[in-house]
Design a protein around this ligand. Sequence first.
Ligand code: ZN
Length: 191
Amino acid sequence: MLPGLNGTTHAVFGVAALAGAALVAGADPPAYVYPAAVAAAWLPDVDNPRSTLGNGLSRSKNPILNVLSRPVSWVLRTTSFVLVRTVGHRTLTHSILGSLLFALPVYLFLADYPNLSLALVAGYASHVFADALNTRGVPLLWPVGRPFRLLPGGIKSGGAVEVAVALGALMAALYAILQLNPSLRALLGLV
Ligand SMILES: [Zn+2]
């Protein structure tokens, strides 16, 4: 099985998507929702047992952190196992249907936290978008249709082009974050 884009690339796309969506929507997301966007950007690959989240959270040296993360880790690993056994990798979680199944409860249960909802949905969507740039594409209309690619041929995983694309997304993320935070611009002497 070919590997997908790596976790760092997806994390950068998640941050860029949140900052970009916030700019467009006129929102002002607090710093603590950025990690939520990164986690959501890793979530679609939970159907791959070897992905960042599908593998469960890696064990840390801190025993207290281990106890706290174990239930989450167990849920992630079980979800991963069930998904890979039932629908396989890069199917449901990388489709419009899967994105809606993720977004719906977010909007229902986190209606009082619009910034967190935006972070989660933007992060998740950014993953599907980034994978659509990849050679393998994404099955947007799963369970029907063929994989969809945004670029002819697509970007190979793990190559120099992936690094360049990730750097481009990083620049876009930094630009959007600076636009969102005038105080940060002032701090850096950009105004
Ligand atoms: Zn993926």
